[in-house]
Design a protein around this ligand. Sequence first.
Ligand code: BGC
Length: 249
Amino acid sequence: MELILGIDVGASGVKGALVDVKTGQIQGERYRIPTPKPATPEALSNAFAAVVDFFQYRGAVGCGFPAIVKDGIAYSAANIDSSWIGVNVEASFSRACGAVVYATNDADAAGLAEMRYGAGRGEQGVVILITIGTGLGSALFYRGMLIPNTELGHLLWKKNRPAEAFCSSAARERAKISRIRWAKRFNDYLHHLERLFSPTVFILGGGESKYFDQYAQFLNPQARVVPAQLLNNAGIIGAAVYASERSSQ
Ligand code: BGC
């Protein structure tokens, strides 16, 4: 058993758990604290360190972060404080918690977990995972290989605004529309993605994946549409997988 701490930094909570990266199973309890508001580098680094402290853990830590992350640096900040742009996420979190941190985009982390242990296992074609939560995250795979930071939630949609402004859970709540009306919008979005990428399968993750049965019948692209199997734990598990891969490189 190889246990690695995975932490999913989200717009509403910072959640962590020890993950057996050989099996993809979470060992023991999950620990969550609310994301500080505003989620500045200092406040979020302290929250991250509090989660690491809870587990009394000193090995490499994996982190899924809700922004573009390239070589450890954040290049966007749609649902966190804009002062993150240009900040080295790995260095900032490492300094705060005293452990080595490997950070990747949160949807990419969820995708890694689903491809290895969940709904994407054995899929060799183009796979698109969309996480539906406060934001709309994406992970794109071909033959199991990730193309990182695709940001398909930021495809420009109506009125020059990103798709996530219409199709995320937060957008549904803001517009006060039923899940069925939302699903019709989301279906248009899947059809648009299908025209661009011709995937074999769409995997739907994030908080909204819990309600998949309520809206699945309204989604009808040619590609299969399946719910994420690891539900909201995919981000934590994928973050641990990412750290395990980076630390053994
Ligand atoms: C961000 C993505 C992130 C997604 C889910 C979007 O607003 O731009 O980087 O993956 O939210 O958190």
